[in-house]
Ligand binder design. Structure first.
Ligand code: ZN
Length: 320
């Protein structure tokens, strides 16, 4: 699972906060019980008193005294437990019994952290993206003409094929999953399909990074030139389970952005991490802008599809 470091930090914090809240609630109820039940309060005081006596007996090496105190404490603890049981109060348990709230099990992240990270990541994505309105089921094929265009291609047939490819991608993810490159003019549903993929993959519990080329490259560039030694933005582009780059080609061109883009495409192909890219540029334009070094990677490792048809946003606007 490849989430950003902040997501894991938040997951650990969520677990710690939940535990703290439970302990706070227990402490408040305990204080209330002391006020109501004087006997209970006395037991607690006696236990505290025995605590200091135990230390004294241990230092002096008086084992008989130590055993006597221990027996007394056992008795009092049993009484205290009985009173707690009768009051319905329960000692706060671990948030996660498996890892005893350490977050790690056998040197690996425990499921409790992974589950919390999944929830947080999904909530964050849903907040920043219109995931609700996306989905394969809302992808309306009626906006694509079923008539042959001047090149002899049928837009709807293309759209059906692309939709099926996206569904297959989601089903196979992250194994046997070639990266995707969608080419086509604006308003042909590329972003809708990508967001539908984002929605499905993040709901499956994978770490997804989605953004326009401008924003994603910009953040990594800013980080690089801040010379802070931080590489959080770059790491998340290289290491997230799924990276979706929208609107490739609209970003400000710089030699840094071009080499960053090559690094992303190449590294992710080598590490077997799928990427989905949308662009309004044709293949030749991509080659001109980013050189054949990149387009040869597309040919080798990407499924490339071109969507054709009329701008859906314009059709929808006319319908209104
Ligand atoms: Zn755990």
């Amino acid at each position: 699972m490849g989430y950003r470091k902040e997501i894991y930090d938040k997951a650990f914090k969520l677990i710690a906060d939940t535990k703290k809240k439970e302990e706070g609630k227990f402490a408040a109820s305990l204080a209330e019980l002391r006020g109501i039940d004087k006997e209970f309060y006395k037991i607690e005081l006696a236990l505290a008193n025995y605590g200091s006596q135990i230390i004294g007996a241990a230092i002096s090496g008086d084992s008989q005294k130590l055993a006597e105190i221990k027996a007394e404490c056992d008795k009092l603890n049993a009484q205290k437990a009985e009173k707690l049981r009768a009051s319905g109060l329960r000692q706060p348990t671990f948030y996660c019994e498996k890892c005893k709230d350490s977050g790690y099990l056998g040197g690996k992240l425990c499921d409790c952290v992974k589950d919390a990270a999944k929830k947080i990541a999904f909530e964050e994505l849903s907040r920043s993206l219109p995931l609700e309105s996306c989905g394969f089921e809302n992808f309306d094929l009626n906006y694509y003409s079923d008539k042959q265009d001047s090149d002899g291609a049928i837009p709807r047939k293309r759209a059906v094929a692309v939709l099926n490819l996206c569904k297959q991608f989601v089903e196979n993810f992250p194994n046997d999953c070639r990266s995707l490159l969608f080419i086509g003019d604006a308003g042909l549903g590329k972003t809708h399909l990508s967001l539908s993929i984002v929605k499905e993959i993040s709901a499956k519990g994978y770490g997804v990074v989605y953004g326009s080329a401008q924003n994603l490259f910009g953040a990594a560039e800013k980080e690089h030139f801040s010379f802070s030694g931080e590489s959080t933005a770059l790491d998340s582009l290289l290491e997230c389970d799924l990276l979706v780059i929208d609107d490739l080609g609209t970003e400000f061109y710089s030699s840094f952005a071009a080499s960053l883009f090559y690094n992303i495409v190449n590294s992710r192909l080598l590490s077997g991490r799928p990427t989905v890219i949308n662009t309004n540029l044709g293949f030749d334009e991509l080659e001109k802008r980013y050189t054949a070094r990149i387009t040869s990677r597309f040919i080798g490792g990407y499924d490339m599809r071109t969507l054709i048809g009329s701008d859906i946003r314009q059709i929808k606007a006319l319908e209104r």
